[in-house]
Design a protein around this ligand. Structure first.
Ligand code: PLP
Length: 384
Protein backbone atom coordinates (compact mmCIF):
# COMPACT_ATOMS: atom_id res chain seq x y z
CA UNK A 1 0.00 0.00 0.00
CA UNK A 2 1.37 3.40 -1.01
CA UNK A 3 1.37 5.64 2.05
CA UNK A 4 0.28 9.24 1.70
CA UNK A 5 1.23 11.76 4.38
CA UNK A 6 -1.14 14.71 4.52
CA UNK A 7 -0.44 15.99 8.02
CA UNK A 8 2.35 18.50 7.44
CA UNK A 9 0.83 20.99 9.88
CA UNK A 10 1.48 18.44 12.65
CA UNK A 11 5.08 17.96 11.62
CA UNK A 12 7.32 17.50 8.58
CA UNK A 13 10.11 15.04 7.82
CA UNK A 14 13.65 16.35 8.13
CA UNK A 15 15.00 17.65 4.81
CA UNK A 16 18.14 15.57 3.98
CA UNK A 17 20.02 18.84 3.32
CA UNK A 18 19.16 19.92 6.87
CA UNK A 19 20.42 16.63 8.27
CA UNK A 20 23.69 17.04 6.34
CA UNK A 21 24.14 20.51 7.79
CA UNK A 22 23.58 19.25 11.34
CA UNK A 23 25.68 16.08 11.31
CA UNK A 24 29.08 17.70 12.09
CA UNK A 25 27.57 19.23 15.25
CA UNK A 26 26.55 15.80 16.56
CA UNK A 27 30.14 14.66 16.09
CA UNK A 28 33.42 16.55 15.96
CA UNK A 29 32.05 20.01 16.67
CA UNK A 30 30.76 19.41 20.16
CA UNK A 31 32.00 22.36 22.19
CA UNK A 32 29.87 24.29 24.66
CA UNK A 33 29.09 27.64 23.05
CA UNK A 34 29.72 29.35 26.39
CA UNK A 35 33.29 28.01 26.73
CA UNK A 36 36.03 30.49 25.94
CA UNK A 37 38.49 27.96 24.49
CA UNK A 38 38.73 27.09 20.80
CA UNK A 39 36.14 24.27 21.00
CA UNK A 40 33.64 26.63 22.58
CA UNK A 41 34.40 29.43 20.16
CA UNK A 42 33.80 27.12 17.21
CA UNK A 43 30.37 26.17 18.58
CA UNK A 44 29.57 29.78 19.42
CA UNK A 45 30.44 30.90 15.92
CA UNK A 46 28.08 28.31 14.42
CA UNK A 47 25.31 29.26 16.85
CA UNK A 48 25.64 32.94 16.01
CA UNK A 49 25.71 32.16 12.31
CA UNK A 50 22.41 30.28 12.68
CA UNK A 51 20.94 33.16 14.66
CA UNK A 52 22.03 35.60 11.95
CA UNK A 53 20.40 33.53 9.18
CA UNK A 54 17.08 33.34 11.05
CA UNK A 55 17.17 37.05 11.90
CA UNK A 56 17.83 37.92 8.26
CA UNK A 57 14.95 35.79 7.03
CA UNK A 58 12.41 37.69 9.16
CA UNK A 59 13.91 41.17 8.90
CA UNK A 60 15.21 41.19 12.49
CA UNK A 61 18.59 41.81 14.09
CA UNK A 62 20.50 38.75 15.37
CA UNK A 63 20.26 40.12 18.93
CA UNK A 64 16.47 39.91 18.69
CA UNK A 65 16.39 36.10 18.18
CA UNK A 66 16.20 33.87 21.28
CA UNK A 67 16.36 30.10 20.76
CA UNK A 68 13.84 27.99 22.66
CA UNK A 69 12.87 24.30 22.74
CA UNK A 70 10.12 24.96 20.20
CA UNK A 71 6.93 26.85 19.51
CA UNK A 72 5.27 25.88 22.77
CA UNK A 73 8.08 27.29 24.88
CA UNK A 74 8.26 30.45 22.78
CA UNK A 75 4.51 31.04 23.24
CA UNK A 76 4.84 30.45 26.99
CA UNK A 77 7.87 32.76 27.12
CA UNK A 78 6.04 35.55 25.29
CA UNK A 79 2.90 35.50 27.42
CA UNK A 80 4.22 34.55 30.85
CA UNK A 81 7.44 36.54 30.30
CA UNK A 82 5.59 39.77 29.57
CA UNK A 83 3.05 39.13 32.35
CA UNK A 84 5.97 38.80 34.79
CA UNK A 85 6.94 42.42 34.10
CA UNK A 86 3.44 43.78 34.79
CA UNK A 87 2.88 46.48 37.29
CA UNK A 88 0.04 48.82 38.20
CA UNK A 89 -3.22 48.40 36.32
CA UNK A 90 -1.68 47.42 32.97
CA UNK A 91 -1.69 43.64 33.41
CA UNK A 92 -4.31 42.30 31.04
CA UNK A 93 -3.77 39.75 28.28
CA UNK A 94 -5.98 39.67 25.19
CA UNK A 95 -6.00 36.64 22.89
CA UNK A 96 -8.58 34.66 20.92
CA UNK A 97 -10.61 31.48 21.21
CA UNK A 98 -9.03 30.02 18.07
CA UNK A 99 -5.40 30.08 19.25
CA UNK A 100 -3.17 27.03 19.56
CA UNK A 101 -3.24 25.40 22.99
CA UNK A 102 0.31 26.62 23.62
CA UNK A 103 -1.21 30.10 23.83
CA UNK A 104 -4.65 29.20 25.22
CA UNK A 105 -3.32 27.10 28.08
CA UNK A 106 -0.70 29.72 28.96
CA UNK A 107 -3.48 32.33 29.07
CA UNK A 108 -5.48 30.01 31.30
CA UNK A 109 -2.48 29.58 33.59
CA UNK A 110 -1.99 33.36 33.71
CA UNK A 111 -5.66 33.81 34.62
CA UNK A 112 -5.16 31.41 37.53
CA UNK A 113 -2.30 33.68 38.70
CA UNK A 114 -4.74 36.60 38.80
CA UNK A 115 -3.94 38.16 35.41
CA UNK A 116 -7.08 39.50 33.68
CA UNK A 117 -7.41 37.51 30.43
CA UNK A 118 -9.88 38.16 27.60
CA UNK A 119 -10.30 35.54 24.86
CA UNK A 120 -11.92 37.30 21.91
CA UNK A 121 -14.47 35.61 19.65
CA UNK A 122 -13.49 34.94 16.04
CA UNK A 123 -15.57 35.40 12.91
CA UNK A 124 -16.84 32.56 10.70
CA UNK A 125 -13.45 32.46 8.92
CA UNK A 126 -11.51 32.03 12.15
CA UNK A 127 -9.91 35.45 12.63
CA UNK A 128 -10.64 38.27 15.05
CA UNK A 129 -12.41 41.26 13.50
CA UNK A 130 -10.30 44.37 13.98
CA UNK A 131 -13.30 46.17 15.49
CA UNK A 132 -13.62 43.44 18.09
CA UNK A 133 -9.94 43.87 18.99
CA UNK A 134 -10.32 47.65 19.12
CA UNK A 135 -13.22 47.24 21.57
CA UNK A 136 -11.08 45.05 23.86
CA UNK A 137 -8.09 47.40 24.09
CA UNK A 138 -8.61 49.25 27.33
CA UNK A 139 -5.84 50.95 29.29
CA UNK A 140 -5.37 47.82 31.41
CA UNK A 141 -4.17 45.66 28.52
CA UNK A 142 -0.46 44.82 28.58
CA UNK A 143 -0.21 42.15 25.88
CA UNK A 144 -2.18 41.04 22.83
CA UNK A 145 -1.39 37.58 21.42
CA UNK A 146 -3.02 36.63 18.11
CA UNK A 147 -1.75 34.00 15.71
CA UNK A 148 -0.54 34.78 12.20
CA UNK A 149 -2.10 31.73 10.56
CA UNK A 150 -4.37 29.17 12.14
CA UNK A 151 -2.99 25.65 12.34
CA UNK A 152 -6.34 23.93 11.81
CA UNK A 153 -8.09 25.94 9.09
CA UNK A 154 -5.16 27.95 7.71
CA UNK A 155 -6.82 31.36 8.00
CA UNK A 156 -4.27 34.18 7.80
CA UNK A 157 -5.03 37.09 10.12
CA UNK A 158 -4.38 40.80 9.48
CA UNK A 159 -1.45 40.99 11.89
CA UNK A 160 -0.17 44.42 10.85
CA UNK A 161 -3.58 45.95 11.57
CA UNK A 162 -3.78 44.17 14.95
CA UNK A 163 -0.28 45.36 15.87
CA UNK A 164 -1.12 48.97 14.96
CA UNK A 165 -4.25 48.93 17.11
CA UNK A 166 -2.38 47.28 19.97
CA UNK A 167 0.44 49.84 19.89
CA UNK A 168 -2.03 52.72 19.72
CA UNK A 169 -3.44 51.39 22.99
CA UNK A 170 0.06 51.24 24.51
CA UNK A 171 0.28 47.44 24.66
CA UNK A 172 2.76 44.83 23.37
CA UNK A 173 1.88 42.59 20.41
CA UNK A 174 2.83 38.91 20.06
CA UNK A 175 2.07 36.61 17.15
CA UNK A 176 2.49 32.86 16.80
CA UNK A 177 3.89 32.41 13.29
CA UNK A 178 4.66 28.69 13.62
CA UNK A 179 2.46 27.72 10.68
CA UNK A 180 3.08 30.68 8.39
CA UNK A 181 6.89 30.63 8.54
CA UNK A 182 8.31 29.29 5.29
CA UNK A 183 4.85 29.28 3.67
CA UNK A 184 4.13 32.98 3.21
CA UNK A 185 6.36 36.07 3.49
CA UNK A 186 7.22 36.89 7.08
CA UNK A 187 8.87 40.14 8.12
CA UNK A 188 8.68 41.46 11.67
CA UNK A 189 9.07 45.09 10.61
CA UNK A 190 6.29 44.85 8.00
CA UNK A 191 4.03 43.09 10.48
CA UNK A 192 4.99 45.51 13.25
CA UNK A 193 5.12 42.80 15.92
CA UNK A 194 7.07 42.99 19.18
CA UNK A 195 7.25 39.25 19.77
CA UNK A 196 6.98 36.36 17.32
CA UNK A 197 7.05 32.59 17.78
CA UNK A 198 8.78 30.21 15.36
CA UNK A 199 9.27 26.44 15.32
CA UNK A 200 11.64 24.43 13.12
CA UNK A 201 9.81 21.12 12.74
CA UNK A 202 6.95 22.54 10.69
CA UNK A 203 9.40 23.54 7.94
CA UNK A 204 11.40 20.32 7.46
CA UNK A 205 13.73 21.20 10.32
CA UNK A 206 14.44 19.28 13.55
CA UNK A 207 11.98 18.87 16.39
CA UNK A 208 12.78 20.46 19.72
CA UNK A 209 13.92 23.89 18.59
CA UNK A 210 12.19 27.16 17.92
CA UNK A 211 12.72 30.80 18.66
CA UNK A 212 11.08 33.84 20.09
CA UNK A 213 11.76 37.09 18.25
CA UNK A 214 11.89 39.87 20.84
CA UNK A 215 11.96 43.36 19.42
CA UNK A 216 14.80 45.36 20.97
CA UNK A 217 13.50 47.23 24.02
CA UNK A 218 10.52 44.94 24.74
CA UNK A 219 10.18 44.30 28.47
CA UNK A 220 10.11 40.55 29.15
CA UNK A 221 11.31 38.31 31.97
CA UNK A 222 12.90 34.87 31.42
CA UNK A 223 10.90 31.74 32.22
CA UNK A 224 14.00 29.79 33.23
CA UNK A 225 16.81 30.74 35.56
CA UNK A 226 20.36 29.48 35.40
CA UNK A 227 23.30 30.40 33.19
CA UNK A 228 23.61 33.53 31.14
CA UNK A 229 22.93 31.93 27.76
CA UNK A 230 20.78 33.75 25.20
CA UNK A 231 21.77 36.98 26.89
CA UNK A 232 20.29 35.79 30.17
CA UNK A 233 16.81 35.43 28.74
CA UNK A 234 16.83 31.69 28.04
CA UNK A 235 19.45 29.96 30.15
CA UNK A 236 20.63 26.42 29.37
CA UNK A 237 23.45 25.12 27.16
CA UNK A 238 22.42 25.80 23.57
CA UNK A 239 21.85 22.93 21.16
CA UNK A 240 24.06 24.09 18.31
CA UNK A 241 23.16 21.19 15.98
CA UNK A 242 19.46 21.96 16.21
CA UNK A 243 20.06 25.70 15.76
CA UNK A 244 22.06 24.97 12.60
CA UNK A 245 19.26 22.67 11.37
CA UNK A 246 16.61 25.28 12.14
CA UNK A 247 18.48 27.98 10.21
CA UNK A 248 19.13 25.69 7.24
CA UNK A 249 15.51 24.51 7.11
CA UNK A 250 14.21 28.08 7.27
CA UNK A 251 16.69 29.22 4.62
CA UNK A 252 15.63 26.42 2.25
CA UNK A 253 11.91 26.88 2.94
CA UNK A 254 12.09 30.62 2.30
CA UNK A 255 14.17 30.18 -0.85
CA UNK A 256 11.76 27.60 -2.29
CA UNK A 257 8.64 29.24 -0.88
CA UNK A 258 7.28 30.97 -3.94
CA UNK A 259 7.41 27.91 -6.15
CA UNK A 260 6.49 25.33 -3.52
CA UNK A 261 3.58 27.30 -2.07
CA UNK A 262 2.14 27.70 -5.56
CA UNK A 263 2.50 23.95 -6.16
CA UNK A 264 0.83 23.05 -2.85
CA UNK A 265 -1.97 25.53 -3.44
CA UNK A 266 -2.56 23.85 -6.81
CA UNK A 267 -2.79 20.39 -5.22
CA UNK A 268 -5.03 21.72 -2.48
CA UNK A 269 -7.39 23.36 -4.96
CA UNK A 270 -7.68 20.24 -7.11
CA UNK A 271 -8.58 18.13 -4.07
CA UNK A 272 -11.02 20.77 -2.87
CA UNK A 273 -12.74 20.85 -6.29
CA UNK A 274 -13.00 17.05 -6.41
CA UNK A 275 -14.46 16.85 -2.91
CA UNK A 276 -16.92 19.67 -3.58
CA UNK A 277 -18.11 17.82 -6.68
CA UNK A 278 -18.45 14.55 -4.76
CA UNK A 279 -20.18 15.69 -1.57
CA UNK A 280 -23.06 18.15 -1.50
CA UNK A 281 -22.87 18.41 2.30
CA UNK A 282 -19.25 19.56 2.19
CA UNK A 283 -18.21 22.71 4.03
CA UNK A 284 -14.73 24.16 3.47
CA UNK A 285 -13.49 25.79 6.67
CA UNK A 286 -11.27 28.87 6.76
CA UNK A 287 -11.03 32.12 4.87
CA UNK A 288 -11.17 31.40 1.10
CA UNK A 289 -9.37 34.69 0.42
CA UNK A 290 -6.66 34.48 3.10
CA UNK A 291 -5.66 30.89 3.72
CA UNK A 292 -2.30 29.12 3.96
CA UNK A 293 -1.55 27.42 0.63
CA UNK A 294 -1.18 23.91 2.01
CA UNK A 295 -4.19 23.48 4.28
CA UNK A 296 -7.62 22.13 3.31
CA UNK A 297 -10.03 21.72 6.21
CA UNK A 298 -13.42 20.23 5.41
CA UNK A 299 -16.50 19.30 7.44
CA UNK A 300 -19.61 17.36 6.58
CA UNK A 301 -22.67 19.40 7.47
CA UNK A 302 -24.31 17.27 10.19
CA UNK A 303 -27.78 18.49 9.27
CA UNK A 304 -27.41 17.07 5.76
CA UNK A 305 -24.99 14.17 6.08
CA UNK A 306 -24.22 13.03 9.64
CA UNK A 307 -20.71 11.56 9.83
CA UNK A 308 -18.34 10.43 12.57
CA UNK A 309 -15.05 12.28 12.29
CA UNK A 310 -12.93 9.67 14.05
CA UNK A 311 -14.41 6.97 11.78
CA UNK A 312 -13.28 9.00 8.77
CA UNK A 313 -9.73 9.46 10.09
CA UNK A 314 -9.34 5.80 11.10
CA UNK A 315 -10.62 4.55 7.75
CA UNK A 316 -8.35 6.90 5.84
CA UNK A 317 -5.46 5.58 7.95
CA UNK A 318 -6.43 2.00 7.10
CA UNK A 319 -6.01 3.01 3.45
CA UNK A 320 -2.55 4.42 4.15
CA UNK A 321 -3.61 8.08 4.20
CA UNK A 322 -2.51 10.15 7.20
CA UNK A 323 -4.87 13.02 7.96
CA UNK A 324 -6.25 14.51 11.13
CA UNK A 325 -9.51 15.94 12.36
CA UNK A 326 -8.25 18.80 14.50
CA UNK A 327 -10.32 17.36 17.29
CA UNK A 328 -8.83 16.53 20.63
CA UNK A 329 -9.20 13.05 22.01
CA UNK A 330 -10.12 13.32 25.66
CA UNK A 331 -10.96 10.30 27.83
CA UNK A 332 -11.29 8.10 24.76
CA UNK A 333 -13.95 10.20 23.07
CA UNK A 334 -13.43 12.75 20.33
CA UNK A 335 -14.09 16.31 21.34
CA UNK A 336 -14.98 18.80 18.60
CA UNK A 337 -12.22 21.23 17.65
CA UNK A 338 -12.22 24.41 19.74
CA UNK A 339 -11.31 26.36 16.61
CA UNK A 340 -14.33 25.16 14.64
CA UNK A 341 -16.65 25.72 17.60
CA UNK A 342 -15.26 29.26 17.95
CA UNK A 343 -16.00 29.76 14.23
CA UNK A 344 -19.64 28.89 14.91
CA UNK A 345 -19.81 25.29 13.67
CA UNK A 346 -22.21 23.04 15.60
CA UNK A 347 -20.46 20.27 17.58
CA UNK A 348 -21.63 17.41 15.31
CA UNK A 349 -20.39 19.17 12.17
CA UNK A 350 -17.16 20.17 13.90
CA UNK A 351 -16.55 16.52 14.79
CA UNK A 352 -17.09 15.42 11.17
CA UNK A 353 -13.96 17.21 10.01
CA UNK A 354 -10.79 16.31 8.13
CA UNK A 355 -7.70 18.49 7.81
CA UNK A 356 -5.49 17.73 4.84
CA UNK A 357 -2.13 19.50 4.95
CA UNK A 358 0.13 19.13 1.95
CA UNK A 359 3.89 19.10 1.73
CA UNK A 360 6.94 18.19 -0.31
CA UNK A 361 6.15 14.48 -0.62
CA UNK A 362 2.73 15.05 -2.18
CA UNK A 363 2.03 15.00 -5.88
CA UNK A 364 -1.00 15.03 -8.16
CA UNK A 365 -1.01 11.26 -8.06
CA UNK A 366 -2.06 11.46 -4.40
CA UNK A 367 -5.15 13.56 -5.04
CA UNK A 368 -7.16 10.97 -6.95
CA UNK A 369 -6.28 8.28 -4.42
CA UNK A 370 -7.33 10.48 -1.49
CA UNK A 371 -10.59 11.58 -3.12
CA UNK A 372 -11.47 8.00 -4.10
CA UNK A 373 -10.73 6.72 -0.60
CA UNK A 374 -12.95 9.33 1.01
CA UNK A 375 -15.78 8.71 -1.45
CA UNK A 376 -15.64 5.00 -0.70
CA UNK A 377 -15.54 5.51 3.08
CA UNK A 378 -18.47 7.93 3.00
CA UNK A 379 -20.60 5.74 0.75
CA UNK A 380 -19.96 2.67 2.94
CA UNK A 381 -20.90 4.57 6.07
CA UNK A 382 -24.15 5.63 4.42
CA UNK A 383 -25.12 2.04 3.52
CA UNK A 384 -24.83 0.96 7.14
N1 PLP B 1 1.77 27.08 17.64
C1 PLP B 1 1.16 26.55 16.57
C2 PLP B 1 0.26 27.39 15.74
C3 PLP B 1 1.37 25.21 16.23
O1 PLP B 1 0.75 24.68 15.18
C4 PLP B 1 2.23 24.44 17.06
C5 PLP B 1 2.43 23.00 16.78
O2 PLP B 1 1.51 22.28 16.47
C6 PLP B 1 2.85 25.05 18.15
C7 PLP B 1 2.59 26.37 18.42
C8 PLP B 1 3.76 24.29 19.06
O3 PLP B 1 5.03 24.19 18.47
P1 PLP B 1 6.08 23.07 18.99
O4 PLP B 1 5.55 21.75 18.51
O5 PLP B 1 7.37 23.45 18.34
O6 PLP B 1 6.13 23.16 20.46
Amino acid sequence: MRKIYLDHTATTPLDPRVLDAMVPYFGGIFGNASSIHAFGREAKQALEQARGVIADLIGAEPGEIFFTSGGTEADNFAIAGVAATSHGDRRGVVSSRAEHHAVLDTCEHSALQGIPVALLPVNASGSVDTEVLRGALGSGVQLVSLMHANNEVGTISPIAAYADLTHAAGAIFHTDAVQSAGKIPLNVRDLGVDLMTLSAHKMYGPKGIGALYIRRGTAIEPLLHGGGQERGRRPGTENVALAIGFAEAFRIATGEMEQESKRLEGLRDVLEAQLRAAFSALIVNGDPHARLPHILNISFDAARQPMEGDMLIVNMDLRGIAVTSGSACTSGSMQPSHVLLAMGRDPSTAKATIRFSFGKSNSEEDIGQVADALKEIVSRSMIR
